[in-house]
Design a protein around this ligand. Structure first.
Ligand SMILES: NC(=O)C1=CN([C@@H]2O[C@H](COP(=O)(O)OP(=O)(O)OC[C@H]3O[C@@H](n4cnc5c(N)ncnc54)[C@H](OP(=O)(O)O)[C@@H]3O)[C@@H](O)[C@H]2O)C=CC1
Ligand SMILES: Nc1nc(=O)c2c([nH]1)NC[C@@H]1CN(c3ccc(C(=O)N[C@@H](CCC(=O)O)C(=O)O)cc3)C=[N+]21
Ligand SMILES: [Mg+2]
Length: 285
């Protein structure tokens, strides 16, 4: 019987803390924090995520204008919107929802965002700062996973961590954060020779593959902590993770559910990063 790492509940606790902090800081800054969200196209999943983000911001008292642009928007128009948000003194954080339509080069857009407003932590400056070990804006999902581990009192130091996936948004920064917390880290990907041989070594296993229910109990060591970042929809339209929860839960010591695990922590961390950028820009502690 594993401890269920309840990200939904913890995210609500964090949001209450953030709401209180914003209530105290806004009079000092003379304005609430601001998060500008740019969404290009009409992908329903992206719209659903952005709606969740907007609701969380509203609840916490964050000013969160949303820029909805049609699918056929040009690269130049998106660049202009980023410039506008960069220059807007009421905006502390900028999020360009991914994926972008294929005709808009993602790297150009992410490079244009002011690194001090880069609440996703995707700008090369912030990626570099993370690699060096400087305090900076770090991607929300892996930061949220670290918060979940720490608030549940799960030790990381000296543990063997295996991260499945090497994306800019999850896998790579996840590995760097675990490394910074003194885990011994292995990163696996689609060319890894014997995946289950690697994963069975893990005290902490983080799955960020996008392969629904791929990680069955055969991939997991008894007593491991299992973090499921994956989000897919099955043929009934139900959300499922990368981990086969039913087979893994009985042998894990702790495990995140999907939904209600890592996803809500991502959103709580987005607000946290916005608050961090706001405080820095306003010279508030
Ligand atoms: N809960 C949350 O807040 C979030 C959830 N997600 C979800 O997490 C998942 C991963 O997202 P993201 O990192 O953006 O995805 P990507 O598709 O960018 O990366 C997937 C990674 O998994 C690796 N991979 C894919 N298939 C296999 C396999 N069979 N064996 C080993 N490695 C494999 C890929 O390897 P290679 O590099 O070799 O191609 C790649 O590194 C998705 O389900 C996404 O929806 C994402 C962001 C936030
Ligand atoms: N620039 C950018 N930054 C991102 O952080 C980013 C992105 N683009 N593109 C897409 C991915 C995905 N992502 C999620 C956020 C919240 C949930 C989430 O709240 N999930 C809920 C379920 C929500 C539901 O029911 O649909 C849960 O797991 O419980 C999931 C996934 C952020 N991403
Ligand atoms: Mg989840």
């Amino acid at each position: 019987m594993a401890t269920i790492l309840n990200g939904k509940e913890l995210a609500a606790t964090l949001r209450a803390e953030q709401t209180e902090e914003i209530r105290k800081l806004a009079p000092l800054a003379g304005r609430p924090p601001g998060l500008g969200v740019i969404l290009v196209g009409d992908d329903p999943a992206s719209h659903a995520y952005v709606k969740n983000k907007r609701n969380a911001c509203k609840e916490a008292g964050i000013h969160a204008p949303e820029i909805n642009l049609p699918h056929d928007t040009t690269r130049e128009t998106v660049m202009e919107w980023v410039d506008k948000l960069n220059a807007d003194p009421r905006i502390d954080g900028i999020l360009v929802q991914l994926p972008l339509p294929p005709h808009i080069p993602k790297d150009d857009i992410l490079l244009r965002i002011d690194p001090e407003k880069d609440v996703d932590g995707f700008h090369p400056i912030n990626v570099g700062r993370l690699v060096i070990g400087e305090d900076t804006l770090v991607p929300c999902t892996p930061t949220g996973v670290m918060t979940l581990l720490s608030r549940y009192g799960i030790p990381v130091k000296g543990k063997k961590a295996v991260v499945l996936g090497r994306s800019l948004i999850v896998g790579k920064p996840m590995a760097l954060l675990l490394l910074a917390a003194d885990a011994t880290v292995t990163i696996c990907h689609s060319k890894t020779a014997n995946l289950s041989e690697e994963t069975r070594q893990a005290d902490i296993l983080v799955a960020a593959l996008g392969k629904p229910l791929m990680i069955t109990k055969d991939f997991v060591k008894k007593g491991a902590v299992v973090i499921d970042v994956g989000i897919s929809r099955n043929d009934k339209g139900k959300l499922v993770g990368d981990v086969d929860f039913d087979s893994v839960e009985p042998i894990a010591s702790a495990i995140t559910p999907v939904p209600g695990g890592v996803g809500p922590m991502t959103i709580a961390t987005l607000l946290e990063n916005t608050l961090k950028a706001y405080k820095k820009r306003n010279h508030l502690s």
